[in-house]
Write a protein that binds this ligand. Structure first.
Ligand code: CMP
Length: 142
């Protein structure tokens, strides 16, 4: 098993509904460690850049508007197979398809307002972590 890092964002719908603690508890109870964290309000431009890979999708404008609506809580999670583990804990993108016990099953409002984002590969995790954090802001096992 490899110790990995992945990026997690508690989205505006989660921060607005006071779910930071409940979401972090899911990660911590599953053995993932918070090694970096920041509460921030993304600008429209920052949200566009973060989700640039989706710029051709029909939901891009809606996604950017939502992600820049209010504060997000951005964390770096560290642990065994953290990328895949985080995705298991989050559940499917669409809460209607999410498994029982997952964050999105319990808390997501819709496919857009789905409470959390998580990196989908180790390569994207490295890029997404670097988008938000410098090395000196991370405090884990390495
Ligand atoms: P996330 O994991 O943050 O990555 C891209 C996001 O786009 C995704 O979660 C969803 O919140 C959002 N998304 C995907 N499909 C749709 C859709 N059909 N309508 C609105 N938002 C979507």
């Amino acid at each position: 098993m490899a110790i990995e890092r992945t990026l997690s964002i508690i989205k505006p719908d989660g921060v607005e509904r006071n779910l930071i603690g409940k979401v972090l508890t899911k990660f911590e109870d599953a053995g993932l460690k918070v090694v970096g964290a920041r509460l921030m309000h993304l600008s429209v431009r920052e949200a566009e850049l973060f989700y640039w890979v989706h710029r051709e999708r029909g939901f891009f404008g809606e996604l950017v508007e939502f992600m820049s609506r209010s504060a997000v809580f951005v964390t770096v999670l560290e642990g065994e197979n953290a990328v895949a583990a985080n995705r298991d804990i989050m559940g499917a993108t669409n809460p209607e398809n999410a498994a029982e016990g997952t964050i999105r099953k319990e808390f997501a409002l819709s496919i857009g307002e789905n409470t959390v984002h998580g990196s989908d590969s180790q390569e994207n995790a490295a890029n997404e972590i670097a988008f938000f954090f410098s090395g000196t802001e991370l405090h884990g096992a390495r």
